[in-house]
Design a protein around this ligand. Structure first.
Ligand code: TYM
Length: 361
């Protein structure tokens, strides 16, 4: 099993990224990936080969990366991009990504991503890209004024996962369409240039958490929580301190009614549904359980409880992040080491793709 996923290093890591994707990255790493090399080394020194270690030999490898090449598809500040890449690395480690268990790197240091994108450009169809909702949303009415990179963005994303023969890709709901495209590209390439017995690419499966597939803005329950929303009050950043979190939840848009006692009562109340959904995802309880406790109570009672839950769970991440972000050299070293492993892992698929296309190397 190969688990692969990425995040753009633009802005801060927010609650939508955390609940929609990163928490699953950590869970998949901890449950499926081999244990840390340090523990293995200590066990080897002691001559122990644990049961777990034998089982681990056939378990998953995780590749998590900063999609810095994707970040240049929109106007960006080159000075900020490098800092954001390191900061996002610190945030991922603070959330629990362990560079000893997972391969953590940035795309730029693994040229095979960009190379494979070019090779897949021969297979992807313009009509497929024209149908991508993210392209339509971001380009709006001004398609001609957008960068070519924004249009071909999903082909790079396909290359990101296909290059490692990913079997599972943990993402939020908004990335589902991009992954379907990656499967279509893989399928067409295999049909056109490979045989059924020896396909070049594996078809990846998206892993989307049902309870937190789409965390919405705190200012508008019908819009996705997003780094690109100009209002910082619309999102909880993992860098927010306790006061900021409590303030944002207190001011979050809600409605005048009490919370219902059953989930059906949340229909037509997008803000209430979102806040209860966040509580459910953070606490691990079901929506029914939460409404059992808070049904009949107003937001005056619910919001402080939600704020406290967020502060309690995010404070340790925030503290680790503040420590890690100071050490620029350590962060560079993590990315360098991860990129070295990723370059080695990407080489066989890249070679097979060139060969399948008849390109002389
Ligand atoms: P990005 O950087 O926008 O988001 C990173 C991850 O966070 C999830 N996410 C959310 N989940 C639930 N609710 C939300 N409000 C929310 N906002 C973001 C996203 O679904 C994503 O999983 N194109 C990708 C990065 C990428 C990638 C890849 C992902 C590049 N190559 C290959 C997977 C595989 C992006 O911009 O995600």
């Amino acid at each position: 099993m190969r688990i692969v996923s990425g995040i753009q290093p633009t802005g801060n890591l927010h609650l939508g990224n955390y609940l929609g994707a990163i928490r699953n990255w950590v869970a998949m790493q901890d449950e499926w990936a081999p244990q840390s090399s340090e523990i293995k080394r200590l066990q080897q020194l002691a001559g122990i080969k644990s049961k777990q270690e034998s089982a681990n030999e056939s378990r998953a490898e995780c590749f998590y990366f900063l999609a810095d090449l994707h970040a240049i598809s929109m106007p960006h500040d080159p000075k900020a991009l490098g800092e954001n890449t390191r900061e996002m690395t610190a945030a991922l480690v603070a959330c629990g990504i362990d560079p000893d268990k997972s391969t953590l790197f940035n795309q730029t240091q693994v040229p095979a991503h960009a190379e494979l994108q070019w090779l897949l450009n021969g297979t992807a169809r313009v009509g497929w890209l024209n149908r991508m909702t993210q392209w339509k949303d971001k380009a709006g009415k001004n398609r001609d004024g957008q960068s070519v990179a924004l249009f071909t963005y999903p082909v790079l994303q396909a290359a990101d996962v296909l290059i490692y023969q990913a079997t599972h890709v943990p993402v939020g709901e908004d990335q589902k369409q991009h992954l379907e495209l990656a499967r279509d590209i893989a399928q067409k390439f295999n049909n056109d240039f490979a045989t059924e017995d020896a396909p070049v690419f594996t078809l990846p499966e998206p892993i989307i958490p049902p309870a937190a597939a789409r965390i919405m803005s705190l200012r508008d329950g019908t819009a996705k929580m997003s780094k690109s929303d100009p209002s910082d009050m619309s999102r909880i950043n993992l860098t927010d301190d306790a006061d900021a979190i409590m303030g944002k939840i207190k001011k979050a848009k809600s409605d005048a009614d009490a919370l219902p006692s059953e989930a059906e009562g949340l229909e037509g109340r997008p803000e209430a549904r979102n806040l209860v959904g966040i509580y459910a995802a953070m606490s691990g309880q079901s929506v029914a359980q939460i409404l059992g406790d808070f049904g009949g109570k107003g937001f005056g009672a619910f919001k402080p409880a939600l704020g406290e839950l967020l502060v309690e769970q995010l404070a340790p991440i925030n503290a680790r992040f503040n420590e890690l972000r100071q050490d620029r050299e350590a962060l560079n070293a993590i990315l360098r080491k991860g990129a070295e492993k990723a370059r080695a892992a990407s080489a066989p698929t890249l070679a097979a793709t060139y060969d399948a296309l008849g390109l002389v190397r």
